[in-house]
Design a protein around this ligand. Structure first.
Ligand code: NGQ
Ligand code: ZN
Length: 466
């Protein structure tokens, strides 16, 4: 790769032990940090200099890339009881028009937006596999491969999680016609994953895992089979699953399996730190504590959960129980980790009519606690060495704009609070480096004009087909 230099000097950088000054970041050809040294006196002559405070890049642990192109198209009341489920009808209609070319163009633009926001890794929960009539592509992994290629073309780190989807509901209800694009048996699914891994092998910026869609969409046997199949390829790789996003799903799960979804999962699987339990919105007090203790990551997608009317995750109780969490932009109604973290706190404030609810006895500033928590949990959900500026981690970071009105004149202990809770004009994210390469400079992605033009063409085509 053609990094202009392999060392980077920051007057201020957020390291695992807090804000440090005069930090030298050094990385190798593979994009991995080989040294992170605070308080340096001698800065190499060829080191680049940061234009502002440096913080680790944020992992985005949940994305359905194609949904980016329908943001803003479902904000009207289409029927008397508009809900998640009626949104899903519109979403399926939109999904039915996606082609390999339009998917690639949407994903490239989405990843440009993510990078500009400071997301440096994404976990793609990818379930549109086949042609609209359900016919498999000559390469069964065609669509997933387009998404993987979009990540490498734009420069974002990726965890590709092909989705296993079998049924339309609990008790193995057959898929609907508009779900045919998603369907595989466990065996077909593992073939797809293997084909993809052969065509696009793992490297420092690419990892694979699996995503059984939800307890209503897969059987217990195939959930086991795909985890075993994954372990044969890549032991301990990430497993992501949607759970308990909607109360109707909880009720159906109780009726079919005799337990609430999170409880059932904890009782039947060895749920551990490799698991990312996406949403987990509807958990009772016992599930909240048990999920926290399991080490699994709660994949919170606050702006989407608000947009879809899912409900409010019991974040205070979960964090009190030391639960791990990360954030995802999911349906991409917005692509900004700052908004996700802010809403995580604001949901609790509105519910409890208090302020600074998610502070902890050790970390009085909510923003600091949430930022560090989302880095750590998000990183684990990626299964990649990201989320911290330390030796052995990927060289992924954000340079904030020192002159931004929410940062200027303040001391470093107020920067995260200001960046996360304030929203004034342009983003404070100025430059973004991924794997040691600067992909965003002065708020512009290196190829943004081209990817935007392609996105507009794709969107025009999808809307014309509507
Ligand atoms: C999805 N989206 O997989 O895209 C889901 C809706 C479903 C979100 N959960 C589809 N936000 O749950 O069946
Ligand atoms: Zn999702």
């Amino acid at each position: 790769m053609n990094s202009p230099t392999k060392s980077f000097f920051a007057a201020h950088a957020l390291l695992p032990d807090g804000w440090r000054t005069n930090v030298l970041l050094q990385w190798n050809d593979a994009g991995t940090l080989v040294a992170v040294t605070p308080d340096v006196r001698d800065v190499p002559a060829d080191a680049m200099h940061a234009a502002g405070p440096v913080v680790p890049g944020m992992p985005n642990l949940h994305s359905h890339a194609f949904q980016r192109a329908m943001a803003g198209l479902t904000e009207y009341r289409a029927n008397p009881a508009d809900s998640f489920w009626s949104w899903r009808e519109l979403m399926y209609r939109f999904a039915s028009r996606i082609t390999p070319d339009t998917l690639g163009a949407i994903a490239r633009w989405l990843y440009v937006e993510m990078l500009k926001a400071g997301y440096t890794s994404v976990c793609e929960f990818h379930y549109v596999h086949h042609a609209a009539d359900g016919k498999r592509h000559a390469n069964p992994a065609e669509l997933a491969q387009r998404v993987v290629d979009a990540a490498s073309e734009t420069g974002i780190g990726m965890t590709m999680l092909p989705v296993l989807y079998q049924y339309s509901g609990f008790n193995a209800q057959p898929p609907r016609d508009d779900q045919r694009r998603f369907i595989n048996t466990a065996e077909q699914f593992l073939d797809l994953l293997s084909a993809l891994r052969r065509a696009r092998p793992e490297h420092g910026a690419l990892r694979y895992g699996v995503a059984p869609h939800s307890l209503r969409a897969v059987s217990e046997a195939s959930l086991r089979a795909v985890i075993e199949g994954l372990d044969a390829l890549s032991p301990g790789a990430p497993v992501h699953i949607h759970v308990a996003e909607q109360t109707a799903e909880v009720d159906a799960c109780v009726a079919a399996l005799g337990a609430r979804p999170v409880q059932w999962l904890l009782d039947h699987f060895d749920v551990s730190a490799r698991w990312c339990v996406v949403h987990a919105t509807h958990v009772d007090a016992k599930e909240t504590r048990a999920l926290a203790t399991s080490g699994a990551i709660a994949g919170l997608c606050l702006t989407t959960e608000a947009n879809l009317g899912d409900g409010i995750f019991p974040a205070m109780d979960y964090l009190d129980a030391r639960g791990a969490f990360g954030i995802g932009s999911d349906s991409h109604i917005g692509v900004d980790w700052r908004a996700e973290l802010r809403l995580l706190e604001y949901g609790q404030r509105l519910l409890r009519r208090e302020r600074n609810v998610l502070a902890s006895p050790r970390t009085a500033q909510v923003a600091d606690r949430l930022f560090h928590g989302a880095l750590e949990g998000g990183a684990r959900a990626t299964g990649r060495a990201v989320g911290a500026l330390e030796r052995g981690a990927r060289a992924d970071w954000i340079v904030l704009d020192a002159a931004h009105p929410d940062i200027a004149e303040k001391t470093s202990d107020k920067w995260l609070s200001s960046v996360i809770f304030c929203e004034h004009g342009e983003t404070p994210v100025r430059d973004v480096v991924v794997g040691g390469e600067r992909v965003v400079h002065d708020r512009r992605h290196r190829d943004e004009a081209r990817h935007y033009a392609d996105y507009r063409n794709a969107l025009a085509q999808l809307l014309a087909d509507a």
